[in-house]
Write a protein that binds this ligand. Structure first.
Ligand SMILES: [Zn+2]
Length: 283
């Protein structure tokens, strides 16, 4: 059994012509879970051959705008592209319900236009929100999902997710500094997907507003140290700040490798990584 990680969007709040906003697709056994819903997520999903109707759930790590900016697009597109009412399950930290309620309120004119125009579209977008803090998440999918608190303060609450299928396990850290919650969630997993910023570069920029981001993100080496403590085999870096320039991949990889001796994956949007269960991996 294999879990496939697709880096749909490897960008950040900084607009980039080549990198969509933060979002990662986790696929196994013909099912798909979307983790975060950043800028351009449906374009990248289309490129990956997956549509909004095929998502088993959307998992939000936190409510920073760059991680949720296209959630409204997922809600609307799934609604108009399914013939029967097909609830979209959105999992996220406390506060997610309010955000979704406000998104739906902002979509009220569109909902009114479309239900008035299409005779067979006589229901509003069905969205089911599950707010989570810690522990197992009850989802109607063959993939097992659990979560734990992360530390992205003053953005709180924030959570990371662990997704398991057929003996393989992948953790999605989201934005966080190293913390006990993430360590516990990641312990013994096969892979860790971690957002990163280059603190060596950002700390030298003459702009306080961007330097403010240093204290609530991990650097590649901090992500590497988390991966090492957890004993994972594969570390996947994403959410590159500043945008990762082609040709500098080895520089980023080298910084993570200061703290982690395993396989390190990074790349452009749509980079895909296959994760096998530990028992089937060659040592
Ligand atoms: Zn964030």
């Amino acid at each position: 059994m294999t879990i496939t990680i697709t880096l749909l969007g490897t960008g950040s709040p900084i607009p980039d012509p080549n990198r969509a906003g933060p979002s990662t697709l986790i696929s196994a056994g013909g099912e798909h879970l979307l983790v975060d819903a950043g800028r351009g997520v449906l374009m990248r999903l289309a490129a990956a051959g997956v549509g909004a109707p095929q998502l088993s759930a959307v998992l939000l790590t936190h409510l920073h705008s760059d991680h949720i900016t296209d959630l409204n697009d997922i809600i609307t597109t799934r609604w108009v592209m399914t013939l029967e009412p097909t609830p979209l399950t959105v999992v996220g930290p406390v506060g997610t319900k309010s955000v979704v309620d406000h998104l739906l309120a902002s979509l009220a004119p569109d909902i009114a236009y479309r239900t008035a125009h299409h005779g067979d579209l006589n229901h509003e977008p069905p969205v089911e929100v599950i707010e989570v803090t810690d522990g197992q998440v009850a989802l109607d999918t063959a993939m097992s999902v659990s979560c734990a608190p992360t530390d992205h303060r003053p953005v709180e609450p924030s959570v990371g997710y662990r997704i398991e299928h057929g003996g393989a396990s992948v953790v999605l850290a989201g934005d966080t500094v190293p913390c006990d919650g993430l360590d516990g969630l990641t312990a013994g997993a096969d892979a860790l997907v971690h957002t990163v910023i280059r603190k060596d570069i950002i700390a030298a920029l003459p702009m306080q507003r961007i330097r403010d981001t240093l204290d609530y993100h991990s650097s590649p080496s901090e992500a590497g140290a988390t991966a090492t403590r957890a004993g994972v085999r594969t570390l996947v870096l994403t959410h590159y700040v500043p945008p990762l320039q082609p040709g500098t991949e080895e520089e980023w990889r080298g910084i993570a490798a200061e703290e982690f001796a395993g396989r390190i994956e990074l790349g452009p949007d749509l980079h895909r990584i296959e994760i096998q269960p530990r028992s089937t991996q060659a040592d």
